[in-house]
Design a protein around this ligand. Structure first.
Ligand SMILES: *Cc1c(COP(=O)(O)O)cnc(C)c1O
Length: 366
């Protein structure tokens, strides 16, 4: 039997070529591995059209490690970050800033409501202490797409710096550093790039990064040090996740072969449409306004049945070979389905059938 299909946005289902790229052992100071790191970093900067202005600093760990590193390095100890919050990842960014001792303010909207650029402009005008703004591009806790270009324009006009958590969008939704001004954009290998977990990266404006020397709250998360050491030696400062980097290099080869960002977006958007229409046919409703929905992960209202229990639903769908994600909202009962990973219409169609079949078995259809 094949492995379960992960409809969870990272870890997600990877291709056989990506998995087999992990069958080689690499020496961390070996020239071939250093070349692999350099090749991956160049590819990542190119996806953001940022080669003129930005550098890519890879960091061991999950995506949150890279978010924490970006904030700890780029926001000076005397700086202040305003985080736009409309879900769990925005709240996490604010919490990171608080834990590492940066001054932080939040501008919060409801889970189903994007931040308002006009309100952001007013907040920035009213508080000159705010040096940085943090935004989540696609807030994965619901799947809502936040208006990155509009927010970046407001931040630029106000003369502040922007830090973007593009973890769940990078590689699929377009970001062009020549048009959208940011000091840092953070993502990881195991979302839309379809690599495996274990590496995050920060695409940092070169001059802002170099100016942030000495800011870091942490030795292991010092991005300036990591960057300068990589520049000088070609090596990571501490043991690199070699197999993970090799998998990401293979995933990026496939990304190029598929046709890059635009082709990936087309595939994910088709997955998303097929998922939404398939589940609509069995009475499952979207949580978000369709116009706010990014084609990354979709939040559905739970089946409207008094006995509904996510764990039982999960197990019934899991027994049919598909892994769902729980909802991340407190006020409404929801569940989430990812449309990203090495999957296309065939797997989405099978997933819809598995969900329908599971609900029929549980007696929760209506
Ligand atoms: C996945 C994700 C992260 C990082 O989560 P990890 O579990 O640390 O990899 C951060 N922000 C967003 C928006 C995400 O989707």
């Amino acid at each position: 039997m094949r492995d379960a299909i992960l409809l969870t946005p990272g870890p997600l289902t990877t291709s056989l070529a990506t998995k087999t790229a992990m069958l080689t052992d690499w020496g961390s100071w070996d020239g071939a591995f250093n070349a692999l790191t350099a090749q991956v970093c160049t590819a990542l900067v190119d996806i953001a059209h940022a080669a003129e202005t930005h550098v890519c600093v890879p960091l061991q760990g999950s995506g949150t490690f890279a978010v924490e590193a970006a904030i700890g390095n780029l926001v000076p100890r005397g700086g202040k970050i305003l985080v736009l919050v409309n879900g769990a990842y925005g709240r996490r960014m604010a919490r990171i800033a608080e834990v590492i001792g940066r001054r932080v303010a939040v501008c919060e909207t409801a889970d189903d409501t994007p931040p308002d650029p006009a309100e952001l402009a007013a907040r920035l005008a009213a508080d000159p202490a705010i040096s940085h703004v943090g935004v989540i591009h696609c807030e994965t806790s619901t799947g809502i797409l936040n208006p990155l270009a509009e927010i970046a324009a407001v931040v630029e006009r106000a003369g502040r710096s922007l830090i973007v958590d593009a973890m769940s969008s990078f590689g699929a939704l377009p970001v062009d550093a020549r048009e959208i001004r940011f000091d840092a954009l953070i993502a990881s290998g195991n979302k839309c790039l379809e690599g495996v977990p274990g590496v995050g990266f920060v695409i940092a404006r070169r001059d802002a990064l170099l100016a942030s020397s000495g800011n870091s709250h942490s030795l292991a998360m010092d991005l300036v040090d990591q960057y300068l050491y990589l520049q000088k030696t070609g090596q990571w400062r501490f043991t690199p996740p070699t197999h993970v980097v090799a998998a990401l290099a293979a995933a990026l080869d496939q990304y190029r072969q598929e046709g890059g960002q635009s082709a990936r977006l087309v595939r994910y958007a088709a997955n998303c449409r097929r998922l939404i229409s398939g589940l609509a046919r069995i009475g499952l409703r979207l949580f978000l306004e369709p116009s706010l929905q990014a084609p990354i992960i979709v939040t559905f209202h739970a089946p409207n049945h008094p006995d509904y229990d996510f764990k039982r639903f999960y197990e019934a769908v899991r027994a049919r070979g598909f892994v769902l994600y729980p909802g991340k909202l407190t006020a409404v009962e929801t569940f989430r389905v990812g449309c990203i990973g090495a999957i296309d219409g065939a797997e989405i169609g099978q997933a819809v059938a598995a969900i329908a079949d599971a609900l029929a078995e549980l007696g929760w259809t209506h």
